[in-house]
Design a protein around this ligand. Structure first.
Ligand SMILES: Nc1nc(=O)c2c([nH]1)NC[C@@H]1CN(c3ccc(C(=O)N[C@@H](CCC(=O)O)C(=O)O)cc3)C=[N+]21
Length: 291
């Protein structure tokens, strides 16, 4: 038996169609959704992601603004831009591409974004709203994972879920969303003593570690759902240059009941949820303006 593949590209295409319709309806009411993206420095991977985000906007009828700063940009420059974008009513979403160069204060930058435009959901206030299961913005990657579980009809309520990774952008909000949806959640990380003990009990495993092919088939309970959040570029071995996840797909696919591939899994859904959050923000702005 091999696992069912949860196709992130196919699901993205469908959801992006719905997003485009909502964007068109808003534009017809005089409120075209608009996302501003700030990129500091010339990291090639970041440049690719930003290009994909801007292209995704274009296709969905969302206006995008791109601000590129050199590697040595100052904190003040970035903060001044954020103040301007916060004050601009035609801008509904603001995204600062991470990671930022080390000399910039990332927390201060993220906290400077108006929470109503924080489509990444990284502002501490949105994190707090999520932890209380209240309306705000949910970080795109874990939000996309929930959408994949939902459309794949994976039962979450009452399920044993194991999240591997405790980052602010994936692991922690993922654990929060699964908890809010009624799963029994265990968060594992680099200090966990016996990772396989935990993963072998799980009905749902979410791998967000950042280590290529780290989770192997022998760590998975037969029939479990495996969600691979990792994006790693292999730099040696027979697959050098290829993209792979945190899950060893070849062995896991033989044991799991359902699994997401890399590429073509969680990655495209991350961008889809960014577009959705931008449209949601514009819908809220239109409502508040009485349009
Ligand atoms: N403020 C901020 N928000 C983010 O959401 C954010 C960020 N910073 N920094 C970097 C990470 C990474 N990220 C990805 C988005 C899409 C794919 C994606 O579409 N991947 C394709 C493959 C792309 C390729 O070929 O390289 C796939 O998995 O099929 C991957 C990674 C968003 N991030």
């Amino acid at each position: 038996m091999t696992a069912r593949i949860i196709d992130g590209n196919a699901l993205s295409a469908r959801v992006r169609g719905e997003i485009a319709e909502r964007a068109a309806a808003l534009t017809a009411r005089g409120v075209q959704p608009c996302l501003a993206v700030i990129l500091v420095g010339g990291d090639p991977a970041s440049a690719v992601y930003v290009r994909n985000k801007v292209a995704g906007c274009e296709k969905a009828g969302i206006r995008s603004l791109r601000f590129d700063y050199p590697q040595d940009a100052s904190q003040q420059e970035v903060m001044a831009r954020l103040a301007e974008l916060n004050a601009d009513p035609s801008v509904h979403g603001i995204l600062v591409q991470l990671p930022l160069p080390a000399h910039l204060d990332e927390t201060a930058v993220l906290e400077a974004i108006d929470i109503r435009k924080d489509v990444d959901g990284f502002h501490a206030e949105n994190v707090g709203l999520l932890s209380q299961n209240r309306e705000g913005f949910v970080p795109c990657t874990p939000n996309g994972v929930m959408k994949m579980l939902e459309t794949a009809e994976v039962p979450v309520q009452g399920a044993e879920a194991v999240v591997i990774g405790r980052s602010n952008i994936v692991g922690k909000p993922m654990a929060m969303l699964l908890t809010n949806a009624g799963a029994t959640v265990t968060v594992c990380h680099s200090k966990t003593r016996d990772l396989a003990f935990h993963t072998r009990r799980a009905d749902i495993v979410v791998a967000a570690i950042g280590k290529p092919r780290f989770v192997t088939g022998d760590m998975i309970k037969p029939g479990a759902t495996v969600i691979d959040v990792g994006i790693n570029r292999l730099d040696s071995g027979p697959d050098a240059g290829k993209l792979c996840g945190d899950v060893d797909f070849a062995s896991a696919v033989e044991v799991a009941g359902a699994i997401t591939p890399v590429p073509g899994g969680v990655g495209p859904m991350t961008i889809t949820m960014l577009l959705e959050n931008t449209v949601v923000s514009a819908e809220r702005a239109a409502r508040d303006a009485g349009k």
